[in-house]
Design a protein around this ligand. Structure first.
Ligand code: GDP
Ligand code: MN
Length: 373
């Protein structure tokens, strides 16, 4: 699970690594207010889960709150590397004297974490890795020993002497974050040298998908819980956001996974995983479709319900109600108990169910392509 910058930043801040003052904004006015609060000149940063935002135009400077509002208006609703920008982080613009790179990554070959530091951080770090690999220091950390002081000194030894101590202190904190939050990557690039000392201007954290929830997340709930996924869980459903444009709804995790595979095989990209659970009733289907609508990426819905204890007529009723509200084209595959009654309900509403999952996947992919602008 890759955290957005603002989420990773919340963890750095909680664990005592300095970050610039700032706040989140989803509207022009919120950006204006955040800029006023931050004290004037700000940097607006697209909150999308990709790197290289700086070079792609996802990081922009504004001199005052009015300009911040104008730029926020341009950024919000636009796309960065194919991902819609729904949210910005608005932070005070600090002027870096120098930019450093610092990270802890899992080195699977060594079976140990490795810490990486370079005094030549910033947006060109990949270029530095290629042309000047000597400027990047790597220090493996034996997990049972941890980041002993001599290792941290070794790590930051390429830095100017006066920066070594504060860099080593931040490196120790970053290692602590890496283990405590069960990350596979914790990266700060750039870690900026400023007049006030070192400040983390970016935060990239990838948590192990199997990380154990625990009290380290206390006070961070807001930063780490996806409200959509939480609402789904609250009603006993399981929702995972994906990147594509075909909404998928089914009952049973295995069936939904198989549906995602078939959609991908048919050349489409699922917008989500949604398991509405067993014994799915009309009301649950309606709620499920609502969740997919709120997510906002789906251009077509593929409902795949396999009966057993699930009654098809109940499901069909939910599909009909949900269709009326969703305004999205729907492909429905329905089999099982009371199948004939279910199909009759769908037909009466002018909906045509497909007979197999493969046929459904192909239809959904075709409809999604038609819906492209
Ligand atoms: P990334 O390109 O997605 O890694 O986004 P970053 O958050 O690292 O921002 C890219 C670049 O923008 C950084 O390397 C900095 O040079 C610059 N930048 C980001 N935040 C600030 C800031 O607060 N002040 C200034 N002056 N530059 C910033
Ligand atoms: Mn960065």
């Amino acid at each position: 699970m890759r955290l957005l910058e603002w989420q990773g930043r919340a963890i750095l801040e909680k664990e005592g690594i300095p970050v610039p003052a700032g706040g989140r904004a989803t509207t022009r006015n919120a950006a204006r207010e955040a800029a006023s609060a931050a004290g004037g000149a700000v940097v607006l940063k697209a909150q999308v889960p990709v790197g290289g935002r700086g070079k792609a135009g996802g990081i922009r400077m504004a001199r005052d709150p009015d300009e911040a509002a104008r730029i926020a208006g341009e950024m919000l609703g636009s796309e960065l590397k194919g991902l819609p920008i729904h949210e910005l982080l608005v932070v005070e613009a600090v002027a870096p004297v120098s930019e450093h790179y610092l990270s802890v990554a899992l080195d699977r070959r060594r079976r140990a974490p490795v810490m990486i530091y370079s005094p030549r951080g910033g947006v060109d770090i990949e270029e530095v890795a290629r042309t000047d690999p000597g400027a990047i220091r790597q220090v493996p950390i034996p997990p049972l020993e941890g980041p002993l002081p001599f290792r941290l000194r070794q790590l930051v030894s390429p830095a100017p002497p006066e920066l070594r101590k504060p860099l080593a202190a931040i490196a120790g904190k970053l290692y602590h974050i890496f283990t405590r939050y069960e990350a596979t990557l914790a990266e700060i690039n750039p870690l900026a040298e400023t007049e006030r000392g070192l400040v983390a201007l970016d935060a990239k954290l990838i948590l192990d998908d199997d990380h154990r929830p625990g009290d380290q997340f206390a006070g961070l709930a807001d930063a780490l819980v996806d409200p959509l996924e939480a609402d789904a869980r609250a009603v006993g459903m399981s929702y995972v956001r994906l990147e594509g444009d075909i909404g998928v709804l089914g009952n049973g995790a295995g069936l939904v996974m198989a549906t995602l595979d078939l959609v991908a095989q048919a050349g489409g990209r699922p917008a989500n995983f949604l398991d509405i659970g067993g014994g799915a009733r009309a009301e649950r289907v309606r709620k499920g479709v609502e969740l997919i609508r709120r997510d906002g990426k789906a251009k077509v819905l593929f409902v795949n319900v396999f009966g057993g204890i699930t009654r098809c007529d109940e499901v069909a009723q939910g599909v009909v109600e949900a269709t009326v509200r969703s305004g999205l084209p729907m492909v429905i595959r329905l089999t099982g108990t009371n199948e004939a009654e279910g199909r009759a309900i769908l037909s009466r509403a002018g909906l045509v169910p497909v007979h197999t999952m493969e046929e459904g996947a192909a239809r959904a992919v075709a409809l999604a392509k038609e819906a492209q602008p």
